[in-house]
Ligand binder design. Structure first.
Ligand SMILES: [Mg+2]
Ligand SMILES: [Zn+2]
Length: 217
């Protein structure tokens, strides 16, 4: 078994990426996200456009990141998986800067590898995004989670479990053997529409219970 978790709104309580741009970009960020949701631009274009209209120093972004929390039971879930030798990683179409900071703050940086797009400062208060996994993208995602799922499968892991909540999780859910989709979020509606089997969850406490009771005895 191998487990891949989305970050924003899944591992982290909030959609930190969205909140970051709502905090440090101007209000055009709402329109940019709407265009991505409508399929008019891909997530790489979305992220680049959001970075372009943002103003924040490294210190401001660190302070902002430090206000963000992981799901209360994520660490317990990682601990449980570790005991069973099940690898857990985070695949995000957001930015490594805040993910690494928040994961480190929770003491998990050496436990959970993070695969994400990369924030690069271009000046004291300006930054852009780079896309180390773009070469493996479906063309719609900056960092396609489907690639990370298939990579684990091709390495011989079975089943590969994908845990997510939103539209950036579509490719991950399509490719995974087992899907967990968060209650009342876009990923559930996508799974229903395309008849992808999923387990509904509210938080990692639910997922941990599910693993203990159903998946691993
Ligand atoms: Mg998400
Ligand atoms: Zn994709």
């Amino acid at each position: 078994m191998y487990i891949i978790c989305d970050f924003d709104g899944t591992t982290a309580v909030n959609d930190v990426g969205n909140l970051l741009f709502r905090t440090f970009a101007d209000k055009r960020c709402y329109e940019i996200v709407d265009r991505w949701k409508a399929g008019e631009i891909n997530s790489k274009e979305c992220l680049l456009a959001e970075c372009e209209i943002s103003t924040a120093s490294k210190e401001q972004l660190l302070a902002f990141s430090d206000t963000q929390k992981l799901d209360a039971d994520f660490a317990a879930f990682v601990e449980y998986c570790k005991k069973l030798n099940i690898p857990v990683s985070i695949a995000s179409d957001g930015l490594d800067f805040y993910i690494n900071r928040i994961v480190a703050k929770h003491g998990l940086i050496n436990e959970v590898p993070v695969f994400a797009n990369s924030l690069k400062f271009t000046g004291n208060e300006t930054f852009t995004a780079e896309f180390p996994f773009w070469g493996h993208s479906c063309g719609e995602c900056g960092n396609c989670k489907g690639y990370h799922v298939r990579k684990a499968q091709e390495s011989g892991f079975s089943p590969v479990v994908y845990i997510g909540d939103g539209l950036s999780d579509r490719c991950g859910a399509k490719a995974a053997d087992i899907v967990f989709a968060k209650r009342d979020r876009d990923l559930i509606r996508y799974c229903q529409k395309y008849e992808i089997d999923f387990h509904e969850y509210e938080n990692f406490s639910d997922i941990l219970s599910f693993f203990k009771n159903k998946l691993i005895h």
